[in-house]
Design a protein around this ligand. Structure first.
Ligand code: NDP
Ligand code: GDP
Length: 327
């Protein structure tokens, strides 16, 4: 039975990836950082019904000694590094923590692998945010990077460290440059989930307005369960490499609102208000990915449309709020 170590197991992707690997017969071990709210931390794993099937071990991506101990103890065949301060907005409020966790944390886990288990296969969660001020209309593995936030700068450092450990030490280390991907388990601070949650509240009479920032930015939004499958596929290749994972369709926040509100029979213009407080110090205006390489080499393709995903997210948020109301 192969063993996978997942950092960031309590996040959106960690939960879906765990489910996928369990289905494939893996032993799944996750790094869990100590929290005073341990009872709610496993919420996403519980939502997927797999909380008791994964093993959680105490450690922190900023604590190299904990990572060495864990890699020594569990001897993983595959390591998926998903742990990060992952929210761009917070990265301006906490730039140093973001650098330590999202950037240096990657070096810590790469070091643990290099020192203790060099033949483990390694996945790094790189991000389309690294393209920032885009240098080409469609971004591929060959497009130059231009990060526009402390988060993106930290991810770019981690990305190049992964490439370096591959080239310097021969580690089977791959980077997935994933464009935004969403699901009912997406963090509530991200715009898609904020909108679907807002739609559900408004539909149920719990709110009447939804405050957002820049509606004109566009994103290439995919479906998280499709994207964790791409992570898995990357580590099954004979040679490690970097791959863009994207749908090839970009949609503005405004159009996302139109789709989401109209799914619930509402008009977004009656409810969405914009606030300059929610605009960012520097914006990534457009992201649009070219995943031709992944399609060809990994035989990967998205399976769910934006409209289908929005419907699933709104239904889940409606169910959550109905349950809360009844409780
Ligand atoms: P989430 O924010 O949902 O999950 C982040 C995870 O990192 C959580 O499990 C969190 O734990 C953990 N974490 C944070 N700080 C530490 C720490 N100091 N030590 C150990 N663990 C820590 O992110 P997603 O699941 O959405 O994304 C997964 C990865 O992919 C992230 O690296 C993200 O930056 C990257 N990415 C995501 C994209 C997306 O659209 N979702 C696009 C491109 C890249 P806790 O629950 O305790 O907070
Ligand atoms: P990101 O691409 O990782 O930054 O994902 P987000 O979902 O946080 O943001 C996507 C885009 O939505 C960015 O261009 C934001 O400026 C824009 N946006 C507009 N209003 C909001 C809002 O209220 N919250 C968030 N998170 N983003 C918003």
């Amino acid at each position: 039975m192969p063993t996978a170590l997942i950092t960031g197991i309590t996040g959106q992707d960690g939960a879906y990836l765990s489910k996928l690997l369990l289905q494939k017969g893996y032993r799944v071990v996750g790094l869990l950082r100590r929290s005073a709210s341990a009872d709610v931390v496993g919420e996403r794993l519980r939502w997927l019904g797999i909380r008791d099937e994964v093993e959680l071990v105490d450690g922190n991506i900023t604590d190299l000694s904990s990572l060495i101990r864990i890699v020594e103890t569990i001897k993983p065949d595959e390591v998926y590094n998903l742990a990060a301060q992952s929210f761009v907005g917070s990265s301006w409020q906490q730039p140093i923590l973001t650098g330590n966790v999202t950037g240096m944390g990657t070096t810590n886990i790469l070091e643990a692998v290099r020192i203790v288990k060099k033949d483990a296969r390694f996945y790094q969660a790189s991000s389309s945010e690294m393209y920032g001020l885009i240098q080409e209309p469609m971004q591929s593995e060959k497009t130059p990077f231009y990060p526009r936030s402390p988060y993106a700068v930290a991810k770019l450092y981690a990305h190049w460290m992964t490439v370096n450990y591959r080239e310097s030490f021969g580690i089977h280390a791959s980077s997935g440059i994933l464009f935004n991907h969403e699901s009912p388990l997406r963090g509530i601070e991200f715009v898609t989930r904020k909108v679907t949650d807002g739609v559900a509240r408004i539909k149920l009479g719990l709110a009447s307005k939804l405050q957002l920032g820049n509606l004109d930015a566009t994103r290439d939004w995919g479906y998280a369960p499709d994207y964790v499958n791409a992570m898995y596929l990357m580590l099954q290749q004979e040679k490690p490499d970097d791959y863009v994972i994207a749908t090839g369709r970009t949609t503005s926040i405004r159009d996302f609102c139109k789709i989401a509100f109209s799914y619930a029979g509402l008009n977004y213009e009656d409810h969405v208000v914009t606030s300059s407080d929610l605009f960012r110090p520097a914006e990534v205006e457009v992201l649009l990915g070219d995943a031709s390489k992944a399609r060809k080499k990994l035989n990967w393709a998205p399976t769910v449309t934006l409209e289908e995903m929005v419907a699933e997210m709104i239904e889940a948020d409606l169910a959550r709020h109905r349950n809360e109301k009844q409780a």
